[in-house]
Design a protein around this ligand. Structure first.
Ligand code: AMP
Length: 468
């Protein structure tokens, strides 16, 4: 029996991994613009961190965590319950407390990229190992951590990222879930309203009504919706400070041109959220259309034994971002084919081929190096299959020879280039492949190159060097 990847996990293969890299690279660039720096926390943590930080009553903690008893291996070690992280905010806040990051000046603006683990029912867009790109702004209130300006800035940063990735057709849903005191009053009202109705609702809702009534709003069961529609909403229970905070967030979003809709049913799955809660959905994704979510967690640090440190953050579902990117035709999978193919023909040609490859790569040309087992025709075919070889071949008739043969694979034309000119050729290819969008003032003639072949090269990125 062959061994397969575990249910809910998957291999990410090229060329799709190029899209993942593009998402991560763009995220890093955008976060840097807003002065965020990277944090990397461990993939497993003490189970207590999530029980306390995410909340015992949440689906994540009660049903979805990968938890195991890690036995002591030495007398100095204690047996411990450990858990693969189901999310990263609790880990970041643990690190904030552990390293006393509040002693550093200003606010901590931290981002992370990495895998998270939840034992959910796998389906398209929902995995048991999935990837999140997230960021947190956390710090003492005196540094401005509570300000609605933080919330608005984080949301505006997300819109910048979506725009840079050309992810379209998204909707930002916004709500305020209030401070704990507002929520307590709301919870009582909700419980009261639920008491008459909950037996007609699904088993999950019956459980939620007891453990955490707010979660009833997460219910997706169609039959429950008419009942849920009649329940009171948190918006009617916000206190004056909550309301003012929420109004200010909206005012800044409007001023900075961030479109949003208010969804007063939005409660999010984690216990630690206070005030601003948000979710972005995307049109092309079907059932699992939430591409990112986040919100404010003013009490989390204290819940984990730290100082008062209000914060706001988000987690992007990277798997879903990549799906949205792949779905948008404008931004297909980037062409990752090498720019040049070097085929050493015949025994002993690996050495000069390696030298040529080194020279070209150090000039910035992306090179695929073949091996001497290839015959000439086979080399063309291989280069072509790899999406590389179509236009030019530089062949060394003999290793000792001072001339390379240059062949246009398309027209079959062949010409000779002096070894001394090879550098010029390489420079030309560097210009051709890497700076073709620049001023365009360089012409083949300015490189001492014959025009016709080169004009053909412009559109075709295929080069094959054959050494024989
Ligand atoms: P959460 O940490 O639950 O707030 O989720 C934030 C984002 O992570 C969601 O909007 C999804 O895009 C993504 N996400 C959450 N769970 C999964 C999963 N099991 N598989 C793929 N993406 C997920």
């Amino acid at each position: 029996m062959t061994i397969k990847a575990v249910r809910g996990t998957r291999d990410l293969l090229p060329p799709e991994t190029a899209l993942w890299n593009r998402v991560e690279q763009t995220a890093r660039e955008v976060f840097a613009l807003y002065n965020f720096a990277e944090i990397r926390t461990p993939i497993f943590e003490d189970t207590q961190l999530f029980a306390r930080g995410v909340g015992e009553a949440t689906d994540i903690v009660s049903k979805e965590m990968y938890t195991w008893e890690d036995r002591a291996r030495a007398q100095s070690e204690k047996a411990q319950s450990l858990t693969l992280r189901p999310e990263n905010t609790a880990g970041v806040v643990r690190a904030y407390i552990e390293h006393k990051l509040w002693e550093r000046p200003g606010l901590q603006k931290l981002y992370y990229i990495g895998p998270q683990f939840r034992r959910e029912r796998p389906q398209k867009g929902r995995y048991r190992q999935f990837y999140q790109i997230g960021a947190e702004v956390i710090g003492p209130p005196a540094a401005g951590s509570e300000s609605p300006a933080r919330d608005a800035e984080v949301l505006e940063m997300l819109v910048t990222l979506l725009n840079r990735l050309s992810i379209k057709d998204w909707t930002l849903e916004l709500n305020s879930v209030g401070s704990p005191s507002s929520r307590q009053v709301f919870n009582q009202a909700l419980q009261k309203a639920l008491s008459g109705a909950v037996e007609r609702m699904c088993v999950d809702c019956q459980r939620r009504a007891v453990t955490n009534p707010l979660r009833v709003f997460d219910c997706k069961v169609p039959e429950d919706q008419p009942i849920i529609n009649t329940l009171p909403r948190i918006s009617g229970f916000l206190d004056e400070a909550d309301r003012k905070h929420f109004v200010e967030v909206q005012a800044i979003l409007k001023a900075t041109g961030v479109p949003f809709i208010i969804n007063d049913r939005l409660v999010r799955g984690l216990d630690y959220y206070t005030r601003t809660a948000f979710e972005f959905t995307q049109g092309s994704l079907g059932a699992q259309n939430a591409i990112l979510g986040g919100g404010r967690y003013d009490g989390l640090s204290e819940a984990l034994g730290g100082p008062r440190a209000p914060g706001i953050g988000f987690a992007i579902g990277e798997d879903r971002f990549v799906m949205a990117l792949a779905a948008g035709s404008e931004t297909g999978i980037p062409d990752s084919a090498a720019q040049a193919y070097i085929a050493p023909l015949g025994e002993g040609m690996n050495v000069p081929a390696a030298k040529l490859a080194r020279e070209m790569r150090s000039a910035g040309v992306q090179v695929q190096l073949g091996d001497e087992s290839f015959r000439l025709k086979k080399s063309f075919e291989t280069a072509e299959k790899l999406g590389i070889g179509k236009v030019v071949i530089v062949g060394e008739n003999e290793v000792a020879s001072d001339q390379f043969a240059v062949k246009d694979l398309k027209s079959g034309e062949q010409q000779k280039v002096d070894r001394a000119q090879l550098r010029t050729w390489i420079n030309y290819f560097v210009w051709l492949f890497q700076e073709r969008d620049s001023s365009g003032s360089a012409t083949p003639a300015s490189y001492g190159l014959p025009s016709p072949t080169i004009t053909g090269c412009r559109k075709d990125k295929f080069v094959c060097f054959v050494i024989r």
